[in-house]
Design a protein around this ligand. Structure first.
Ligand SMILES: [Zn+2]
Length: 483
């Protein structure tokens, strides 16, 4: 008996030792690069950004609301405000308002790069709640205000500004640089990113990397991480929507049957919420933990260093942290439409619900459908795919030349920033570019924190002038580094 205890004690000791060794050898993998000195950005550049913000290039849900004159004005602004870009780069236009610029490189043997952004913005829901008019482009106390300041005129205009600067300095890239600017990202990209990507594929273009929006530099949004932490999106979730319908004899509400269409549908939806798809640590999240883990305090570092052992704890921490935390570790379930009935004393014969799922890499829309059918497990509930469906993107490598160039540029532009790959939980235009490159990254150089995170698609979208200047510096440095 004594020997058994001795053995167990020894095993436990070895186990603890193993965990500690893994923890202490889990050391920083952050790239060590000196920051570069900041180039001057003129006030005129800020004025040009404001001008772009004043144009109401809104993507409405209803195509009938499309205001072509705004997009015409934006086309004119692109030509007028960036004369060197206009005279040096080729520009091919798709469906009148989406553009592909080509800056030919000197070395044809190098693969090109693609920088993306979108011209359109989402509509304004609560105009009167904005501190400054959303289409004023106002600059007050060092802050630029307006719809599009972060999503995503920031990228389009920031990229053009950086290239105009480089052209004025007589810079000539070795790699060809494509700029892909769609005008309908907020409504799916069918008229912009889709034909641009198809054109590039048809031309046989294989890019070294593609950079689009998706993640940013987070400030104190990750518990336990004090320095600014930039996320480079290496994958994005898919989205599928399933419509559930139940049809059953209705009748007078004075004598209801034991189960009505509404009861059955409600149970089905409740079952889906109660039994979500299984949580997992995706490849992108492993990348995140590899880079961020060593920067954390002892307990978190130990968990990330020994994630095979602590996986259930890590997952449950994410699940309970927030909606966004839960979205990082699983395919989410969100009922978005629920309807039945027309009168208070009539039992409807039909009930309908629509449920949107955001799919984690490794699972597919078909997996979601199978899960829905088996979880509801009731033949009276019909399940069908509905609307727009897309599988998760492939996971881009975290050690490619493209990743390294973006990573290095980040470190050079933002002194002391930590970087890590991560999974993008929303959809971007870059999902249409999987045929153009295996190396698709999603990052925009602005700071996101507790005070501005709600402004994205919401009220008081704004950016500090310094952030915008750093964005121009980032894109400029990125182009220099891609040589
Ligand atoms: Zn966007």
């Amino acid at each position: 008996m004594k020997n058994v205890f001795k053995f167990l004690g020894l095993a436990l000791l070895l186990f603890v030792l193993f965990i500690l060794i893994k923890t202490f050898t889990f050391t920083s993998q952050q790239l060590q690069v000196e920051a570069v000195s900041k180039v001057d950005i003129s006030e005129a550049a800020i004025a040009r950004f404001s001008e772009a913000l004043r144009i109401k290039t809104i993507s409405h849900e209803d195509p009938a609301d499309f205001d072509s004159s705004a997009f015409e004005n934006f086309n004119a602004l692109l030509s007028a405000n960036y004369p060197l870009v206009s005279s040096t780069l080729d520009r091919k236009t798709f469906n009148r308002y989406s553009h592909l610029y080509t800056w030919h490189g000197t070395d044809e043997s190098l693969k090109p790069i693609v920088l993306m952004g979108h011209i359109d913005v989402v509509p304004i829901a609560s105009h009167d709640q904005w501190t400054n008019d959303p289409f004023s482009g106002a600059v007050k106390d060092g802050v630029i205000w307006g719809r599009g300041t972060i999503d995503d005129k920031f990228s389009v205009i920031g990229i053009l500004e950086s290239i105009e600067m480089l052209l004025a300095e007589n810079h000539q890239p070795e790699r060809t640089i494509y700029l892909a600017f769609g005008h309908d990202e907020e409504v799916g990209g069918e008229l912009g990113a889709v034909p641009i990507a198809k054109y590039l594929v048809d031309q046989g273009v294989e890019a070294e990397f593609v950079l689009d929006e998706g993640y940013a530099i987070t400030q104190k949004l990750v518990p336990g991480v004090d320095p600014d932490l930039a996320f480079i999106g290496v994958a994005e979730k898919g989205s599928t929507t399933i419509e559930l319908t139940v049809e059953l004899a209705g009748g007078h509400s004075s004598q209801p049957a034991p189960e009505t269409a509404i009861d059955i549908l409600a149970s089905g939806v409740a079952a889906l919420k109660e039994h979500p798809m299984e949580a997992t640590i995706s490849e992108a999240m492993h990348g995140f933990m590899d880079q961020v883990g060593p920067e954390l305090g002892f307990v978190n570092r130990m968990a990330f260093a020994n994630r095979n052992i602590f996986k259930p704890i890590i997952i449950s921490t994410y699940e309970s942290a927030s909606g966004a935390g839960n979205a990082l570790v699983r395919t989410t379930t969100a009922p978005t439409i629920f309807e039945a009935g027309i009168k208070e004393n009539v039992i409807p014969y039909k009930a309908r619900a629509v449920v949107n799922f955001r799919i984690i890499p490794g699972q597919t829309a078909d997996d979601v459908m199978n899960h829905v059918v088996s979880t509801i497990n009731d033949e009276r509930v019909q399940a069908e795919f509905y609307g727009f469906n897309t599988n998760p993107s492939p996971v881009s490598p975290m050690d490619s030349e493209g990743y390294n160039i973006i990573n290095k540029t980040l470190k050079q532009t933002f002194d002391g920033v930590l970087t890590a790959p991560n999974l993008v939980i929303a959809a971007t235009d870059s999902r249409h570019f999987t045929g153009v490159s295996q190396n698709i990254y999603r990052f925009v150089p602005y700071h996101i924190n507790e005070s501005n995170i709600q402004s994205f698609h919401g009220i008081d979208e704004r950016i500090p002038v310094e952030d915008y200047k750093d964005a121009i510096r980032f894109y400029r440095q990125l182009i220099l580094n891609s040589n």
